[in-house]
Design a protein around this ligand. Structure first.
Ligand code: PRP
Ligand code: MN
Ligand code: MG
Length: 181
């Protein structure tokens, strides 16, 4: 087995399942935004893979922008303290905004982002997240496009990291406890 795979216990969502789901979500998004100019906002760094594959599954015109925030730092738990590391380049006034995320864990990052975006005059703001951990929610996030609801295990891959590693896995997998113990 590869160097990386020794650090994983199980694959939770395969590359194939991810791609199939993103095609499904993209079809819904295409249909929901017909005739509208959509701005996709990816939340760096975790959302990079979702943005790349979701945006390419869309058939309509979109713009893409990025916001870098971080609440986890180097640990496995959300601090709840969200920091802007890079703000948007775009003005959100009258824009239809779809925030693209890899995962909703406690919900604290998106809750903060949604509140921050609400004050910028967008015409609409929705959320698309590949993964969601319903049992970890500290705040409820109204997420219109959800890929998979998953258990609370610490997962990595497809953009999700532990100490900045594992983002380059094609699947989403459970991190073996020996790695972070
Ligand atoms: C992770 C993940 C989400 C957020 C979800 O980002 O990518 O953005 O945490 O957690 P929450 O719902 O508990 O707030 P992180 O802060 O680790 O930054 P990263 O995307 O650069 O890894
Ligand atoms: Mn993130
Ligand atoms: Mg992270």
């Amino acid at each position: 087995s590869s160097e990386i795979s020794r650090d994983l216990t199980t694959v939770l969502v395969t590359e194939e399942q991810i791609q199939e789901k993103l095609v499904e979500l993209a079809a819904r998004i295409d249909a929901d935004y017909v005739g509208k100019d959509l701005l996709l906002v990816g939340v760096l760094k975790g959302a990079v893979m979702v943005m790349a594959d979701l945006s390419r599954a869309l058939t309509s015109h979109v713009s893409i922008d990025w916001m870098a925030v971080s609440s986890y730092g180097a640990g496995t738990k959300s601090s709840g303290v969200v920091q802007i590391r890079k703000d948007l380049d775009s003005d959100l006034t009258d824009r239809h905004v779809l925030i693209v995320e890899d995962i909703i864990d406690s919900g604290l990052t998106l809750s903060w982002l949604l509140e921050n975006f609400a004050s910028r005059g967008a015409a609409s703001i929705e959320v698309c997240a590949l993964l969601r951990k319903p049992e970890a929610a500290k705040v409820e996030i109204d997420c219109k496009y959800v890929g998979f609801d998953i258990p609370t295990d610490f997962v990595v891959g497809y953009g999700l990291d532990f100490n900045e590693r594992y983002r380059n896995l094609r699947d989403v997998a459970v991190l073996a406890p020996h790695v972070y113990a």
